[in-house]
Design a protein around this ligand. Structure first.
Ligand SMILES: *Cc1c(COP(=O)(O)O)cnc(C)c1O
Length: 399
C-alpha cells in the first residue's frame, strides 16, 4: 500500500488518540528503522524507552519464534515455566521476593496501588488507603493511574477520578512530609520523572523519602516503568540512590519491545495478595515472558550493555552540552541519567522533531519544550555523533 493511502485509512479507521507523524515504519535492525517508502531513519525514541536492545535483536527474535511454535498462551490456572524463570531472574537481580505479571505499565501501577491498599486494610487491619504521588508525574491512563498522574492536562473530561490519591511536589521532602497523614498507605514516585521532561531529584532526595516512609509506616512504590531495565546505567534506577523500595513496577524495556508489565514486592508486602485478590488473563503469558527472559539475558551478559549505557550516556550528554554552548539562546538545559536524556529548550520543540525526521533522525518532544532521547542501550558514539550533527543543522536553520 502506498503511504498516502495508508495514512488516509489510518485516519479513517483508528480513534484519534495520537497525533501521529506522517510516517509509517516497516522494518528495523538495531538503531535503524525503515519507513514504508524505504527511507532510512536512526531511532532515538526506541519505542519510548522500550526497545532497549534495538529493533529485532536476533536472540529475542529467535526466542519468540521458538516459543511461538511451542506454546503461545495458557491460563494462570496452571504453572507457567517461562513465567517462573522470569520471576526468578527478576528476584535474583532486585530487592524483591515476589513478582506479579501483567501486560502494561498502567496495569503494573494499578496492581501496586491495589496491593498497597490491601496490605494495610485487609492484611494488617489498619485504615490506611491514601496514595501520595508527585506533581508532574506520569503513571498511566487507567482511572487509578490517571488519578495518580500529577498533570491536569491528561485528566480533562474524566471526572470523577479515584478518591484517596493526592499529590506533593517532586524533589521537595518537606512538601511530601506535610502531605503524609495517618491514612497514607504509600508514596508513589518515578526515580526520574520521564514524561514530564526528564526531571532528576537531588542526590539525597530518595534517601530522605525512604526514611520518611519508614518513620510513618508508609510503603514506597517506585514506578520504574521508564527508568528500569538498564535505562539509567543500572538494571534498576533505585540502585543509583542507595535505597530499595517496597514495591516496584516495570514495563517498557522489560520485553525488549514485547508487551509485558510486572509488579515486584518484598515477601512481607506481597503476602497481602492471596488467591482471588488480583489477576490478569494474559499476565505472565509464555510468549511475553520468553521475550523478557531473553532480553534480560542479553542485557546482563557480562554487564557489557549496562557499562556501554553508562559510557554512551556520558558521551551523549557531553555532545549536547557542546551544542548548548553553540546555541545558548535555544538550549536551556541538558540533564539525564544513563540513556534517559532531556534537553530543555527556550522554545516549542515540535518543529525541531519534524525537521529531524526530514533529516532521517527520530527524536521525541515531551512537555512541550523538552527533547527527550531514549535510544536503545546499544547506541554507539558514531550514531550519537550523527544525531548531534543533525541537531546542529536544525538549530542553525531555525536560528
Ligand atoms: C509509560 C509509563 C507508564 C505507562 O505505561 P503503559 O504501558 O503505557 O501503560 C507509567 N509510568 C511511567 C513512568 C511511564 O513512563
Amino acid at each position: 500500500m502506498e503511504i498516502k493511502k495508508l495514512i488516509e485509512e489510518s485516519e479513517h479507521y483508528l480513534m484519534h488518540t495520537y497525533n501521529r507523524f506522517p510516517l509509517a515504519l516497516k522494518k528495523g535492525r538495531g538503531l535503524k528503522v525503515w519507513g514504508w517508502d524505504g527511507k532510512e531513519y536512526l531511532d532515538f525514541v526506541g519505542g519510548v524507552a522500550t526497545n532497549c536492545l534495538g529493533h529485532c535483536h536476533p536472540k529475542v527474535v529467535v526466542a519468540i519464534q521458538k516459543q511461538a511454535q511451542r506454546l503461545i498462551h495458557v491460563s494462570n490456572f496452571y504453572h507457567i515455566e517461562p513465567q517462573i524463570r522470569l520471576a526468578k531472574m527478576l528476584v535474583e537481580h532486585s530487592f524483591a521476593d515476589k513478582v506479579f505479571f501483567c501486560n502494561s505499565g498502567a496495569e503494573a501501577n494499578e496492581a501496586a496501588i491495589k496491593l498497597s491498599r490491601r496490605y494495610f486494610e485487609e492484611h494488617l487491619g489498619q485504615n490506611k488507603f491514601e496514595i501520595i504521588a508527585a506533581h508532574n508525574s506520569f503513571h498511566g491512563r487507567t482511572m487509578a493511574t490517571l488519578t495518580a498522574t500529577g498533570q491536569d492536562k491528561f485528566k480533562v473530561g474524566f471526572d470523577p477520578l479515584l478518591p484517596g490519591i493526592k499529590h506533593a511536589a517532586f524533589n521537595d521532602i518537606d512538601d511530601l512530609k506535610s502531605a503524609i497523614t495517618n491514612e497514607t498507605c504509600a508514596v508513589l514516585l518515578e526515580p526520574v520523572q520521564g514524561e514530564s521532561g526528564v526531571r532528576l531529584p537531588d542526590a539525597d532526595y530518595f534517601k530522605q523519602v525512604r526514611r520518611l516512609c519508614d518513620d510513618n509506616n508508609v510503603l514506597l512504590i517506585l514506578d520504574e516503568i521508564q527508568t528500569g531495565i538498564g535505562r539509567t546505567g543500572k538494571l534498576f534506577a533505585y540502585e543509583n540512590y542507595g535505597i530499595t523500595p517496597d514495591i516496584m513496577t516495570l514495563a517498557k524495556g522489560l520485553g525488549g519491545g514485547f508487551p509485558i508489565g510486572a509488579m515486584l514486592a518484598t515477601d512481607k508486602v506481597a503476602a497481602a495478595f492471596q488467591p482471588g485478590t488480583h489477576g490478569s488473563t494474559f499476565g505472565g503469558n509464555p510468549l511475553a515472558c520468553t521475550a523478557a527472559i531473553t532480553t534480560l539475558e542479553v542485557l546482563l551478559e557480562d554487564g557489557f550493555i549496562l557499562d556501554q549505557c553508562r559510557r554512551m550516556g556520558k558521551y551523549f550528554k557531553k555532545k549536547l552540552e557542546d551544542l548548548k554552548k553553540d546555541f545558548p539562546e535555544t538550549i536551556a538545559e541538558v540533564r539525564g541519567m544513563g540513556l534517559l536524556i532531556g534537553m530543555e529548550l527556550f522554545r516549542d520543540c515540535a518543529p525541531i522533531v519534524k525537521a529531524c525526521i526530514d533529516r532521517g533522525v527520530l527524536i521525541n518532544c515531551t512537555a512541550g519544550n523538552v527533547l527527550r532521547f531514549m535510544p536503545p542501550l546499544i547506541v554507539t558514539e558514531k550514531e550519537i555523533d550523527h544525531l548531534a550533527d543533525v541537531l546542529e543543522q536544525v538549530f542553525d536553520t531555525l536560528a
